[in-house]
Design a protein around this ligand. Sequence first.
Ligand SMILES: Nc1ncnc2c1ncn2[C@@H]1O[C@H](COP(=O)(O)OP(=O)(O)OP(=O)(O)O)[C@@H](O)[C@H]1O
Ligand SMILES: [Mg+2]
Length: 331
Amino acid sequence: MLELSDFYIPKEILHRDKQMKVIREVFINFKEYKCGTNLAILGVTGSGKTTIIKKILEEQDNAIYVSGLETQTPYKTLKKIFNFNIKTNEELLKRTIEKIKEEPIILIIDEIDKISRVNQLFNNLNTIYRNTMIPIIIITMKRNIISEMPVDARKTLFFEKVSLPAYNSIELKDILISRIKQIKTKIPKIEDGVLNYISAIAGQQGSARVLIHIALKCIQKRNFTHSFIDNVYKQMLKQDWFDFVNDINETEREFLRYIIGSCDWKNETTAENLEKKMKFYSKARISQLLNTFEKYSVIETYHKNLGRGGGRKRIVKFTSEEIYKELNKMF
Ligand SMILES: Nc1ncnc2c1ncn2[C@@H]1O[C@H](COP(=O)(O)OP(=O)(O)OP(=O)(O)O)[C@@H](O)[C@H]1O
Ligand SMILES: [Mg+2]
């Protein structure tokens, strides 16, 4: 069922008009004035970042799209832009700039956070921009990408943020109905209650990918029960945390080792405890790291009143025995 696969570009894209307008403006300005704003398209996984860009690329032709998921390094990313076969980064950068000057394009880099030593790429993009003034669009789920960029690149490139908020379950239901309508083969009729349930489950992460994946599984297995839907979602979460942990950076890795050292799957620890152990991180940073791991269901946290003198504490524990054991093996 191609229409529900990740490669299919939907005929209509709902709830993203505002963001698509901002991106289209960059394309229009580029056509008319040969320059334009640089954009950072930000949003959680499944919020439609790649989809809206691919949709716009169906209508426009003056852009080159590269995905960091595929290229992985700054060198391979530069190389991919024009498929140059050049050995050194320096020469590659020079030739890329020359080529852009001959044929200006909008440069789009999706999943930029998947590129290792991304700061080097930002410095290269900075050089490209200074020499050509072409619009550069980066796409990522990392909200702090701009604040962590090398200062010079940040100040020159001056990315305007385009935020894609996580979808709520009402929006997800609209999307689901629209996507199901696009399926050409005959499928069983899906009851309204089932649509609501799938949308509510996917709404926990606000992800249209989760939504469409669950719907696809239900149709393929001809099973629309709540317990089946719950199960599909559980399986997806498992895959998510695994991919996420495989992909974390050195700081996050170290942080995770500290958590593993501080609690196991039965015994909890507290944020305060972690702060004591990791004096080199600020309280805010620890709280942010905990939020990240919680989002991917690696850990769970909740607040507890420990009574007189104890105060209100943020309790931290691993989500499951299985995750704890897997992590112990990995680290
Ligand atoms: N507004 C929408 N209308 C219809 N389908 C959508 C919409 N938004 C997302 N989708 C669908 O949801 C799935 C995930 O979207 P997409 O790949 O664009 O997310 P993403 O933000 O790029 O996620 P990631 O950060 O994981 O790359 C795709 O199958 C896409 O077609
Ligand atoms: Mg994407």
